[in-house]
Design a protein around this ligand. Sequence first.
Ligand code: ZN
Length: 407
Amino acid sequence: MRLHCELYNAGLQERIEAFRKAGISINYYDQQNALPDIKAFRPEFAPLGSHALQQTLRRLDLAMQAFFRRAKAGESPGFPRFKSAARFSGFSYPDPAGWKLFQHGRRGATLRLGSGKDAMMMRARGRHRFAEFQLNDVTISRRNGQWFASVTLRVADEACAREREGNQQRGVDFGVTDWATFEDGTRIENPRFLRDELPKLAALQRQRECKKKGSCRYRRLTKQIGRLHKCIANLRRDFLHKQTTRLVDTCAVIATEELKPKNMSRSAKGSAETPGKRVRQKAGLNREILSASFGMAHQMLAYKAVEAGTRLHLVNTRQLKPSQRCCACWELTPKTLAERTHVCQHCGHTMPRDQNSAAVVLIDAYTIPEKDTTGTVVAARRKPLARQRARPRSKTRETPTTIAQAI
Ligand SMILES: [Zn+2]
């Protein structure tokens, strides 16, 4: 890690000085071609493996490119920094050369970095579920004083497949009060890991404010805060993995809104001329929106759905407006965020708000051709007819009308 960090900083310095003193722009290939000379002069770099060293230089190149791209686009990016060993996040082997993974049954694995007498053997926790695989790459990183190895394997598509237990068709509405609400009214409570730990977090941060910056005590508290954050993140990720796996395992069709947490959690602060209203309240809501981590949930749902052969239908929220549309008559009833019950202005249909929108997205999943599940067009949708709605309940859930009836 220390040597990789040194290489990164040296590469950055070379680029800066070459430009300052001679007006030359040094690119990635110039630096890559200098690697053999570096290894001849500093033999301790040799056992790290040439591909891993190249990857570190490539990272530097990416940082520079990102800086110039953003500067060109009129943003105000920070220039790539020299990194201390503590700030340096890690390094990687971009291909199967220079490392190896040995798995011991169910007990864990050993990772070997380098080869010959310079090799480093490391015990690692965790295991994979594949009988046949090829190693692809490995990234070594350090966070909060702990080391992590992230290994990518190349496996056949069939090996990734998940066995599905059920063939349900569910509409889901993700929210802050209840993490998920289904079209039949069942819900999954939001565990609110962050909110439970907030007093503890605030206490630690308050304590740290009383300490001299950079002192032993300051650093000790920083470490404790980092550990608490990591603990919350672990709880959250565990919860999300369990819930999304269960959803995908039991459903053949999952319909939900395409959420944009970044837009939803935009600050209400406004500008100096037009200050926003209820900024503190919105900040609290934003914290909860981000803590419920819908973005992560959607990513997990997306890849797990592919593995299980589940159809994930993502509704375009702007076009469909599931929280305002009535699942019985498909008309819009405007509501504020505080109104938790849907009472239709047109047909009088009454239902909890989240359940109604879950039902709407499920109906939407069946109103467009199966091929195109990325977006929806409201104008092209058939409206259920009044006559059809009055028919007796049906068990088959195939057309929009029958779903609306069943609900
Ligand atoms: Zn209605």
